[in-house]
Write a protein that binds this ligand. Structure first.
Ligand SMILES: [Zn+2]
Length: 154
């Protein structure tokens, strides 16, 4: 059960990371955004997730989902907090780089993949051949050196 949960987590993190990276690259040339309330919106644009609070109501976009393409791809790499004060619009916008969001899921996925890569004790580290109960110095299957502890055991 624990193993299965780890497998789900591993694949979930991998899928999330890939998805975020696709969104990240895609957002360089396509803006996708939507108002959340009359005064707030969320958008993915230029490599970042942007959250904004603007006045008056509908200042950002009042016709729902907004999709815009950009001829020249732009990636912005870092966080940003902007104040908006071009009358009549006032408010603020905060941006979080998408790559920052993909870093923890990517790191976790890599750890889980690395963990699963290791063979169970008693098996050849390289090919997985069962070396238990043998006194092979090298794996008879692939020629890799057998673990020392195993040799001492038998
Ligand atoms: Zn082997």
């Amino acid at each position: 059960m624990k193993r299965r949960l780890r497998s789900i987590l591993k694949w979930g993190c991998t899928a999330t990371t890939v998805l975020l990276l696709v969104v990240w690259v895609g957002s360089a040339s396509v803006l996708v955004g939507s108002p959340l309330t009359d005064n707030t919106y969320v958008a993915v644009v230029e490599g970042r997730v942007e959250f904004g609070w603007l006045r008056p109501p509908g200042a950002w976009s009042d016709d729902g989902l907004l999709i815009e393409t950009n001829d020249r791809p732009v990636i912005r790499w870092w966080f940003e907090l902007r104040r908006h004060s071009a009358p009549p619009v006032a408010g603020f916008e905060v941006s979080v780089p998408v790559w920052v969001l993909s870093a923890p899921t990517g790191a976790l996925a890599m750890c889980l993949w690395y963990r699963d890569r290791r063979r169970a004790p008693g098996l050849c580290a390289k090919c997985g051949y069962d070396l238990r109960g043998t006194d092979h110095v090298v794996c008879p299957e692939c020629g890799a050196a057998a673990p020392r502890a195993l040799k001492a055991e038998s």
